[in-house]
Design a protein around this ligand. Structure first.
Ligand code: SF4
Length: 297
């Protein structure tokens, strides 16, 4: 049995940057709060907690009065910055630069009088941060079924949450474009962050579609490692499963099941953009030690 880790899996650069900022801050002082889970991976959170990171919610900001609070890659709405300032909190802003750009673009269109429509999940932290740029007025739609929330008589801009799927976004664009006279798509063209797209879907995720499909199709069984709350994890898992129905989702090695490895030769390990490399290495080691050796004996 051959166990391979997908060489394109692991943290996207926005997440690498966030973790580096957190580690740098923790090396200076062992008390740092993260507003929401720093990453949708319980194993990585646990590792950083060991260095002094505590997770709080916006409702619990009071706990961090006078302290340091890290804003994770998803970003936050302006109201969070205001509340933190009132509490004398020092903000360590680790918002992904791509998300910061999307926030800026949305704010600009909103101030120019556009109806802002966001293709995304309304409870997702990034979307809450994006809607916050419009005084809460942006319309969030997740599928074509929700299109009737959009007013057709207003000039409109359509943005996407950075981790949504492109095909649905472009279907949505097609329908809105055919119904609204003054309609544009929000995009980012920015040399500094090397982001050149006709939309705001992050290439770190959309580029993964094709690669993960190819990787999954070439295996007998695929172990997909990610946190269960990772939005990107859910999207990529579905893509891997489409390419290879023999794909299993796990958060950590104890969830591996012996029957998955019966009569297989090629085992592939892959994950979300929030899955740490060390965790995939650990899963590989467990498979090799517990299942490969077991089958060989
Ligand atoms: S997926 Fe893209 S937008 Fe999201 S954190 Fe990573 S680099 Fe930033």
């Amino acid at each position: 049995m051959n166990v391979t880790i997908d060489k394109f899996s692991g943290f996207c650069w926005g997440v690498v940057r966030t973790i580096e900022i957190a580690e740098q801050e923790l090396s200076e002082s062992s008390q740092l709060y993260s507003l929401g889970e720093i990453i949708h991976n319980p194993m990585e959170i646990h590792r950083l907690e060991g260095k002094g990171l505590s997770t709080i919610t916006v409702q619990e900001l009071e706990k961090a009065r006078g302290g340091r609070v890290l804003i994770r890659a998803h970003g936050e709405p302006p109201s969070t910055y205001q509340k933190a300032a009132e509490l004398g909190i020092t903000i360590i802003d680790a918002t992904c630069p791509v998300v910061t750009k999307v926030q800026e673009r949305i704010r600009k269109f909103y101030l120019d009088g556009y109806q802002v429509v966001i293709f995304g999940k309304k409870d997702h932290a990034e979307v809450i941060g994006l809607v916050g740029q419009t005084n809460g007025e942006a319309i969030v739609i997740r599928s074509l079924d929700e299109i009737d929330k959009v007013r057709l008589d207003r000039k409109t801009v359509l943005f996407s949450q950075t981790t949504m799927d492109k095909p649905t976004f472009y279907k949505l664009k097609g329908v809105l474009q055919s119904k609204i006279k003054d309609f544009v798509v929000g995009s980012i063209e920015d040399e500094a962050i090397e982001f050149h797209a006709k939309d705001t879907i992050c290439g770190q995720v959309s580029g993964r579609d094709k690669k993960i499909r190819e990787f999954a199709a070439a295996q007998d069984v695929v172990i997909f490692v990610a946190g269960r709350h990772s939005s990107n994890g859910k999207v990529l898992f579905e893509i891997a499963r489409e390419a290879n129905p023999n794909t299993h989702f796990i958060e950590d090695a104890p969830e591996l099941q012996a029957e998955w490895f019966e009569n297989v030769e090629k085992v592939g390990i892959t994950g979300a953009t929030s899955t740490p490399q060390w965790l995939m290495e650990k899963v590989k080691k467990v498979i090799e030690e517990q299942f490969v050796l077991q089958h060989a004996s």
